[in-house]
Design a protein. Structure first.
Length: 288
């Protein structure tokens, strides 16, 4: 009887979600409680949020459509059903206070971290039960919760996987292909990353039917033990050349699975982009 109850309660909230598109807080808590017992997995979503952005200082607290940017991202993450917990990792008391004011959880981290991954590794020290971590960019207010769940599920399904990330196809004529601010990725036959670059990738000396150009999305999932090892490695040569942390993982032999997605939701790096996102949030297409 106990086994039947555990399996059916574990699956039932997913049925509710499929029928209604929503999952109450009560069902979320019950779902995760039972799922954690059944699978011994505890997946946390961490939103790194710094005050001192070079292009957009104070960005996490910028108001978009009546809410702070970080609150929009938090609420999108709340719609993902695979996350056991969500927290904001910040180096600024103003951001932490704002997060707590809307009912979120914030963890203070050192202001001296060289990368967001280092901030992530410090933040999870407060969550010893975490088995997997998703690094969700705190400036993507339209991130697809289904994509978050796909990354989390990939980590569960492949215990040997070190990292998982995502990419979406680009039109070869899109100016983003040549834009060094847009990171591209090419894959191995097994769907794992072969290389990431700010340069056009691949360079098409010859046309190859069916070979896509893929734009990397800045969302990552990690096994906890791998993340804790990753931050002990010094910056690698290719990482320093391209200014891309994920190359450190590849240079040290890690496997990174890349999920192909049609999620093209924009991030916010400038005030102009914040205004554009506000227009999207006000449209019927992107109601939250």
């Amino acid at each position: 009887m106990r086994i039947w109850w555990r399996l059916n309660v574990c699956n039932f909230p997913q049925t509710v979600l499929a029928d209604t598109g929503e999952l109450s807080v009560g069902w979320r808590n019950l779902y995760h409680f039972v799922s954690q017992i059944a699978s011994n997995q505890y997946i946390i979503g961490v939103l790194p949020a710094r005050w001192g952005s070079t292009r957009f200082p104070g960005k996490p607290l910028h108001i978009i459509a009546g809410k702070t940017l970080i609150q929009h991202v938090w609420e999108r993450c709340q719609s993902a059903i695979r996350l056991s917990e969500i927290l904001v990792a910040t180096d600024d008391e103003r951001i932490a206070s704002a997060v707590e004011a809307f009912g979120g959880k914030a963890v203070m981290t050192s202001p001296d971290h060289p990368t967001g991954t280092d901030r992530l590794a410090e933040a999870i020290q407060a969550i010893p039960q975490a088995t997997h971590i998703l690094n969700i960019q705190g400036d993507e207010p339209l991130i697809d919760p289904a994509l978050i769940d796909e990354l989390a599920q990939a980590l569960i399904d492949e215990p040997a996987l070190h990292m998982v990330t995502a990419a979406n196809p680009l039109d070869p004529a899109d100016p983003a292909v040549a834009d060094p601010n847009v990171v591209k990725v090419v894959l191995k036959q097994n769907g794992h990353a072969l290389y990431f670059s700010r340069s056009p990738l691949p360079f098409f000396r010859n046309p190859v039917p069916g070979l896509q150009i893929l734009r990397h999305k800045g969302i990552y999932g990690y096994r906890r033990d791998f993340l804790e090892t990753f931050v002990t490695w010094p910056p690698s040569p290719l990482e320093q050349a391209e200014s891309l942390e994920q190359l450190r993982a590849l240079e040290n032999g890690a496997n990174i699975r890349v999920l192909i997605t049609d999620d093209t939701s924009p991030g916010v790096d400038t005030l102009e982009q914040a205004l554009a996102v506000e227009q999207l949030l006000s449209s019927l297409k992107f109601k939250i």
